[in-house]
Design a protein around this ligand. Structure first.
Ligand code: MEV
Length: 321
């Protein structure tokens, strides 16, 4: 018999500047993207024998009692229940996401965050953002190796954040709205792999990579100042420079280079890959009046999907085009 329904969601995210270097203690900036969401729905059922976890997009259904510890959905459930000090309810927890999978927009962290919130709603509790973020980080570590923690932070807080690993995140207000065109390559690129490759390169040539990370940190600091001043040509130029350093680190790809060039030629202030790289997304900073032109150019250059997103005080919201 149906007993009760609890639904919760969490947004995707975009890293503005500082990916990869952030794993090595340098600062990064990221914003939530609310137009893509992960949703978790808990249906508590009398008489059910287990908690079934259904990943509807993947066509997978697993019983919590027999799910292995490497199952990230089951792990999100277990860690949340431990936090809430509750035994598992019986019924079904179904998870659905519109965030591109392994596309650099935080799909895994958003699914875990939504699961945490749905279970908290069932328990009649609210999990503070810092605790939810820490819990999601534990799940991220299963598949991610050495995540910096920026993805779980921006998603669990649901606000733009200035992030330095090991320090409390600083949510920040964006005084002047700016516009991004997000171009998805449609190519899934697991962050674990790009982060692992950068680690190998860093181990092989630590001096060079520490230098690259320092240079990126300089750009991120300058980017924050440009963003606070509303100086979009400057912020755009910093995006291009950040992209060049990411390419030097080996995490760009021909399709990403092509999209960045297309954005430049179409009049974007700046463009760069966002997230782990190799696949995933390019973000282009644009004048709102140039957004459509840049979006068309990105489409012609091979983008699989485009979002045009204003980034404003609380969040990034927009329509999927
Ligand atoms: C992934 O969204 C961002 C990376 O910097 C990895 C991390 O911070 O854990 C590439």
């Amino acid at each position: 018999m149906l007993h009760a329904l609890y639904t919760a969601s969490a947004p995707g995210k975009i890293i503005l500047m500082g990916e990869h270097a952030v794993v090595y203690g340098r600062p990064a900036m990221a914003v939530p993207v609310h137009q893509v969401q992960a949703t978790a729905t808990l249906t508590v059922q009398d008489g059910a024998s287990d908690l079934w976890i259904a990943a509807t997009d993947l066509g997978q259904r697993t019983a919590l009692s027999s799910a292995p510890p490497v199952n990230p959905l089951a792990q999100a459930v277990r860690l949340t229940l431990t936090f809430l000090q509750r035994a598992a309810p019986a019924g079904e927890l179904s998870v659905h996401s519109t965030i591109p999978l392994a596309g650099g927009m935080g799909s895994g962290a958003a699914v875990s965050t939504a699961i945490g919130r749905a279970l908290a709603a069932w328990a009649g509790q609210t999990i503070p953002a810092a605790d939810l973020s820490a819990l999601v980080y534990e799940v991220e570590r299963l598949h991610h190796g050495t995540p910096s923690g920026i993805d779980n932070t921006v998603i669990a807080y649901g606000q733009p954040v200035w992030f330095v690993k090991g320090q409390p995140p600083q949510p920040f207000a964006i005084p002047h709205t700016f516009w991004l065109v997000i171009a998805s390559t449609g190519i899934a690129s697991p962050t674990r792999e790009t982060v692992g490759d950068v680690r190998q390169s860093w181990l092989a040539d630590p001096l060079r990579f520490e230098g690259l990370f320092d240079d990126i940190a300089g750009l991120v600091n300058a980017g924050r100042a440009a963003m606070l001043a509303g100086d979009w040509p400057r912020l755009g130029a910093l995006f291009f420079q950040n992209q060049r350093l990411l390419a030097e680190m080996g995490v760009s790809a021909p399709i990403l280079d092509r999209l960045v060039d297309a954005a430049r030629l179409a009049g974007a202030f700046g463009a760069k890959l966002s997230g782990g790289g190799r696949g995933g997304n390019v973000i282009a900073l644009v004048e709102p009046s140039a957004a459509e032109t840049v979006a068309d150019a990105l489409r012609r250059a091979g983008a699989a999907a485009i979002f045009i997103t204003p980034v404003s005080a609380g969040a990034a919201r927009a329509a999927l085009l």
